[in-house]
Design a protein around this ligand. Structure first.
Ligand code: CP
Length: 314
């Protein structure tokens, strides 16, 4: 493939291969290396139609470390503000001959649509409630490094599942790798059809966290609640916010994850989020750079192969 649009089409060996490459980049960076040449002579454009700190910064850094020319589209100061459509914006940039487009968009399916219109590699940096594949991959790498494996683990994903592309991509990835996934959410924040996802459903933290290896917390995504029911933050923290008391139901060596941005005192206690003995939130950010390097490296190899002249073999 020359695009990374979601976890759905990936086979387990492809996930493992990508994580292996990412692990090597992570170790290289820890050893102090900052420059590789996998994207030498390539141009990467980052188009973020929705706010981002971690994803945009790590894609930019990943491209720079691999030797690409990296350009960030300033959407706020672009002709999108004059009414230019997503497709026209993409075709305009495509005419400048980029090799890689990294796209975040508030509409589910927008990145797939865009990928059909351009002749470069497209990476989905999050589209609506649909998918956030590099987030699930960086979560998987963080879990694999912390637990020494990425199979037969019990993993709880907790909070606003209904509006979360992070949850959707993680449910698919962790299921493909043969883990037991539990979703813990108030009924109003559990997606319709959750029972068909091959996961166990809970609306109570004590029961859902019992004996799990990994606790993944999610932000209340008020921007996607469309005027629907928004729980009171105090009540929500009391029932669903992760603190030391609720974490005690999990295994004693369970790790705590959060994709960020986090709201301290709403879905997670701030002291617990900072507890380096339990929380791997900063490792998730670190692995984000490595996973995005691996994803772009592997797509660039496929892109170079697809573009190579089809000569007569020797
Ligand atoms: N986890 C994540 O996607 O964070 P950003 O919105 O800051 O990119």
């Amino acid at each position: 493939a020359t695009h990374l649009l979601g976890i759905e089409p990936l086979a387990p060996p492809e996930i493992t291969a990508l994580l292996d490459v990412a692990d090597d980049y992570a170790e290289g960076a820890r050893a102090g290396r900052r420059h590789w040449d996998a994207l030498r002579d390539m141009t990467q454009i980052n188009m973020f139609f929705e706010n981002s700190t971690r994803t945009q910064a790590s894609f930019e850094l990943a491209g720079q470390r691999l030797g690409a020319d990296v350009m960030n589209m300033g959407i706020a100061s672009s002709s999108v503000k004059k009414g230019e459509t997503l497709v026209d914006t993409a075709l305009t940039l495509n005419a400048m001959r980029p090799d890689i487009l990294v796209v975040r968009h508030p509409s589910s399916g927008a990145v797939d649509l865009l990928a059909q219109k351009v002749n470069c590699s497209v990476l989905n940096a999050g589209d609506g409630r649909h998918e956030h594949p590099t987030q699930a991959l960086l979560d998987a790498l963080t879990i694999r490094r912390a637990k020494g494996r990425l199979h037969r683990l019990s993993i709880a994903i907790c909070g606003d599942i209904a509006h979360s592309r992070v949850a959707r991509s993680n449910i698919m990835l962790l299921g493909k790798m043969e883990n037991r996934v539990r979703l813990i959410a108030p009924p109003t924040l559990m997606p319709a059809g959750a029972a068909d996802l091959g996961v166990e459903l809970f609306d109570d933290m004590a029961a859902g966290l019992e004996g799990v290896d990994v606790v993944m917390m999610l932000r209340l995504q008020k921007e996607r609640m469309d005027g629907g029911f928004i729980p009171s933050e105090r009540e929500y923290f009391h029932r669903y916010g992760l603190d030391a008391q609720k974490l005690a139901f999990a295994r004693p060596d369970a790790i705590v994850m959060h994709p960020g941005p986090m709201n301290r005192g709403v879905e997670i206690d701030g002291t617990l989020a900072d507890d380096i003995n339990r929380s791997v939130i900063q490792e998730q950010v670190e692995m984000g750079v490595a996973v995005r390097m691996a994803a772009m490296d592997l797509l660039a190899r496929n892109l170079r192969a697809a573009r190579a002249p089809k000569g007569v073999s020797a």
